[in-house]
Write a protein of this length. Structure first.
Length: 79
């Protein structure tokens, strides 16, 4: 088994990466707008799962995702 420190890691902001299920975008009223960089864009785990072959094709064998919880109104990462 490889040590994770030797793996190529793909880092992503979950909200910005891939929107695989648009049905969950409007859960919080008025906090979704892909035209505004300060609003959430709808990326989710469904989209991430759909893009795993792409990430693997880049040679990456691990992913590092952003925090996925909402810390405040219209907040998509809270770093």
């Amino acid at each position: 088994q490889k040590n994770w420190r030797s793996l190529a890691i793909y880092q992503l902001l979950t909200d910005r990466f891939a929107d695989g299920d648009p049905r969950n975008n409007e859960i919080h009223d008025g906090d979704f707008d892909v035209r505004d960089m300060t609003f959430r864009h709808g990326g989710d785990f469904v989209g991430l799962k759909q893009k795993l072959p792409y990430i693997k094709g880049l040679g990456c064998r691990a992913i590092w995702i952003s925090p996925v919880f909402l810390n405040g109104p219209n907040s998509y990462h809270q770093y």
